[in-house]
Design a protein around this ligand. Structure first.
Ligand code: PAF
Length: 286
């Protein structure tokens, strides 16, 4: 595995690989790799000749109240994981390398951002879209791998790829779960012992919502029942329970024939704020 810190070096090695007809799989991350990232790397390894992992904590996607410096980092551990997962190139640029002082543009995401987590993080997805676009230009991947745990991010990237005609396959990788259904996340360690026993009820609530919708229950009623269920099971009021068409993230009522639907929830436990979602195909009126 080669560690590359300069954009020009990354572009040079990718050009050589591409000239040899190699298929490039790309996993962009902010490091501190967990099992979800490892699944992305595994998928990329299975289906590509070359796997590129990027580690870059992107300042542009942090709000003024979000502590960029407190974001967890452990490069040595990440490097070991990357080697074990068969990464060929680890792209690890500095902030100065990625954002030159004379930067003149930034991507503004106009849809899919005023709901779910985006509603509470103005500008966050502009930062994500901008850095992902830059990384795509640097790595020129044939396929890029993103986890559906961050379903809104995936929806934004899907829009980016379409809007800018990028010849990149977006591979959406399903959420990795513990045996009891709890979505794996580095934040789970902040749950108390008691909260940990209650946290799997988030996923149970999502599946309850799915079956209610499939039984023809109204969106409003499903949300209400899920909110009650979450409060009863966890003792916490859900920050949100939302149901939208996916990936457009439009109100379900406004969509004639939604191909897919997302049910998403966020619950703030004493320390950990957990998010989870399920996306499934759904035909209104069937
Ligand atoms: O999901 C992440 O880790 C980040 O948002 C991403 C896609 C690497 C962009 O900085």
């Amino acid at each position: 595995m080669k560690i590359i810190k300069q954009i020009s070096d990354m572009q040079r090695v990718i050009k050589i690989e591409k000239q040899q007809g190699k298929k490039i799989g790309f996993v962009p991350t902010m490091g501190f790799l967990h099992e979800g990232h490892q699944t992305l790397l595994q998928e990329a390894r299975k289906n590509n000749d070359i796997v590129v992992l990027s580690i870059f904590v992107n300042p542009l996607q942090f709000g003024p109240n979000e502590d960029l410096d407190a974001y967890p980092r452990d490069f040595e551990r990440d490097e070991e994981i990357a080697k074990l997962r068969g990464v060929d190139f680890l792209f690890y640029p500095s902030v100065e390398e990625m954002y030159k002082e004379n930067r003149t543009t930034i991507i503004k995401v106009e849809q899919r951002v005023d709901v779910l987590c985006g509603k509470h993080r103005p500008g966050h997805f502009d930062g994500v879209a901008t850095v992902v676009m830059k990384l795509f230009q640097i790595v020129s991947p044939d396929a890029a791998y993103f986890g559906m745990k961050d379903a809104q991010q995936v929806a934004v990237i899907e829009g980016l790829i379409t809007d800018y005609h990028l010849p990149i396959e977006l591979v959406k990788v399903g959420t990795v779960r513990e045996e009891d259904g709890l979505a794996k996340s580095s934040r789970n360690v902040y749950l108390t012992e008691e909260e940990r026993t209650k946290a799997p009820s988030l996923y149970k609530s999502l599946t309850l919502g799915k079956s209610l919708l499939e039984d023809g229950e109204k969106v409003h009623t499903v949300k209400q029942k899920m909110e009650e269920d979450i409060l009863l099971q966890t003792g916490y009021k859900a920050e949100y329970v939302e149901i939208y068409a996916y990936p457009t993230l439009q109100e379900l009522e406004k969509v004639k024939e939604a191909e897919s639907v997302i049910i998403a929830i966020a619950v703030k436990f004493s320390k950990a704020r957990l998010i989870d979602n399920i996306v499934f195909s759904y035909n209104k009126g069937e």
